[in-house]
Write a protein of this length. Sequence first.
Length: 201
Amino acid sequence: MIGFAELIRRYRTAVEEGSEHRLPPLNPPATEQDLVDAEQALGQTLPEEVRELWSVSNGGESLFNEDFYPVSQFVEHTEETKLHWANALAEFIEPGEDGAVPPGAYVAVAHPDASMVTVDLGGPGPHPVRGIDLTFMSEPAWAPLVPSLEAFARFWVDMAEAGYMKLLHPRHLLYGYTVVRRECIEDAQPIARRYDIVRLV
């Protein structure tokens, strides 16, 4: 067990500290049947870390700085991600070239702004969090952003507890919750290196 319930508690406590605003409430947990239905629809087994996190909150706003889909929307948004990926690459990569098709199986779990966030389903684990950015596509790549969903969560917890996250009015935010100031991105590099983060968005 990774302990996502405790990580969520720590993240919410740190982000809300000193703010008059509060994060949206967690969604009810996904049931075992919800998870089984998603697996059958995807034709893939969900990693234990996905099962654990969604068993705490079935998707929802502002889980570790992203809005996560409920499991009932996994298939819909995975297909949407494939379409966006194909369209984005059409300008840059000829059919048959390396990178034209995302490797392996994956499930789309979040869609922050113009990015796609997925969990790679290939291999026994850990399962990298992968993504593409549809805003800055000068060098399109379907690359790991974070080595695992656990590293993704722990990074944002550490960011919040270090004071880099500021809770603004929940309806007037970029990515839900944003770094306090742009220069914090530079300050946050040691935290990113701690979790082998490929890039900060």
